[in-house]
Design a protein around this ligand. Structure first.
Ligand code: PMP
Length: 426
């Protein structure tokens, strides 16, 4: 439609494709990383050309202006994700870094490097950290290590034959031993949209801290962390039309104040002696060292862009696209779709295995047809293992995706079956 064409024109990457015959590539890999609109690239460049300076250091007017841009982006982000104050937004490199910052910080709280209130994070033998079998490795390995360090037990909610889990499964797994419950808002392999509000109520009823991996939700649906009631959340700028190298750790004011910094160094402190350091309040406590200012400024521009397009509109549009994808795949014999057949629970992506074909062969065939998808285990090995597969082929959409791109993917999947001579049972 002309609406999509207009949106695509705002992205140099898509504008270049559409300026040719528009045939290649069909970019269906936004779940791995999204393309950036010109306003994001321009904001970074304008900052670097005119305002580049280290922030929160020194007193010059230039530093003041750079700090204003840096903190202005934090304010935009806070409003975008429903934080009650900007102090709840901590800049990190990406979601992986944000989750490590949190798990390592909790580790510090348990190793004698706490700050006032750190007892809240006490973990020991008999305590449990709960995750799900569907987690991205970024929301699994940091918790494995924290469990090893503290003597807590890592438990998980198993997935069913579709690779998803339910509120009842969570209810059965949570107990008064659960101290932390970490799960993805939207799974990057099944597209499963977890019922966060209800899960938060269950977790808080047993006194657990809720950590939300919001990597695949914030770019695609309206998200308000205060309303959801989560204690912490992590997500990446590069999946939400923003720059690489910048992400967010969100936390409640109370818990961030009690969390020790996992990384320490310059500018995050109030007082340092040769023996000890006192730290600034959040968020600066968690941002030692020179910060990626132009990336933060670019992310602010991405937030403005997403807000102008409208997250409700993005959600509705992507739902149409993902429905077209899933329904199209359901019509192809020999294709197994990961995730629930209930499409109301699915956000922005479909991963499949094609009977008789290795995902890498499918991926290579799609690539030759100019259809860009992600092939592999998508950093969710335990999930694929639970489903009895080593890898899958994932197509993901964003608001710039066209129906034609979806159809070319569907055609190419059929083409791969034909090319490799897969016998599809009638
Ligand atoms: N969690 C989920 C659900 C993801 O999809 C991803 C990115 N694939 C991550 C965490 C990690 O994000 P990043 O690589 O940007 O740190």
């Amino acid at each position: 439609s002309s609406e999509v064409a207009e949106l695509r024109a705002a992205f140099p990457y898509f504008a270049a494709i559409d300026a040719t015959d528009g045939s290649a590539p069909a970019y269906l890999d936004s779940a791995a990383t999204s393309q950036r609109p010109a306003v994001v690239l321009d904001a970074e460049r304008a900052f670097l050309e005119r305002s580049n300076a280290a922030v929160h250091r020194g007193t010059s007017g230039a530093v003041g202006a750079a700090t204003g841009a840096f903190e202005g982006a934090r304010d935009l982000m806070a409003e975008f994700v429903g934080a009650e104050s900007s102090e709840q937004i901590v800049w990190a490199e990406n979601a992986t870094d944000a989750l490590n910052l949190l798990a390592l910080g909790i580790g510090e709280a348990n190793s004698g490097n706490g700050v006032s209130g750190s007892e809240r994070f006490h973990l020991g033998t008999g305590d449990e950290i709960l995750v799900t079998e569907a987690e991205h490795h970024a929301n699994l390995i940091p918790w494995q290590r924290l469990a090893n360090k503290t003597g807590a037990t890592l438990r998980y909610i198993p997935v069913n034959e579709y690779g998803v889990w339910s509120l009842d499964d969570a209810r059965a797994a949570l107990s008064d031993r659960t101290r932390i419950f970490a799960f993805a808002h939207v799974s990057n392999a099944t597209g499963f949209h977890a019922p966060v509000r209800e899960l938060v109520d269950l977790a808080h009823a047993v006194g657990a801290i809720v950590v939300l991996d919001a990597c695949q939700s914030v770019p695609h649906i309206p998200v308000n962390f205060s309303e959801l009631g989560v204690d912490f959340a992590a997500f990446s700028g590069h999946k939400m039309l923003g720059p690489n190298g910048i992400g967010v750790l969100y936390g409640t004011a109370e818990l961030l104040a009690a969390l020790p910094p996992a990384r320490t160094g310059g500018s995050a402190i109030t007082k340092v002696t040769m023996d000890a350091a006192e730290f600034m309040p959040p968020p600066l406590r968690f941002e030692p060292g020179t910060q990626p200012v132009s990336q933060v400024v670019g992310l602010g521009a991405a937030v403005r862009f997403l807000t102008e397009v409208g997250m409700d509109r993005i959600e509705a549009r992507e739902h149409e696209l993902v429905t077209r994808l899933a329904e199209g795949l359901a019509e192809i014999r020999g294709v197994r779709l990961l995730g629930s057949p209930d499409l109301s629970q699915r956000v922005a992506l479909t991963a499949i295995s094609v009977e008789g074909l290795h995902a890498h062969d499918v991926g290579q065939f799609l690539d030759e047809r100019g259809v860009l998808v992600r092939v592999g285990h998508h950093c969710a090995q335990p999930l694929h293992r639970a489903l009895g597969m080593a890898s899958s082929t994932r197509a993901s959409v964003h608001v710039t995706t066209t129906e034609d791109e979806v159809d070319r993917f569907l055609d190419a999947v059929r083409g791969a079956q034909k090319y490799f001579g897969v016998e599809v049972a009638a």
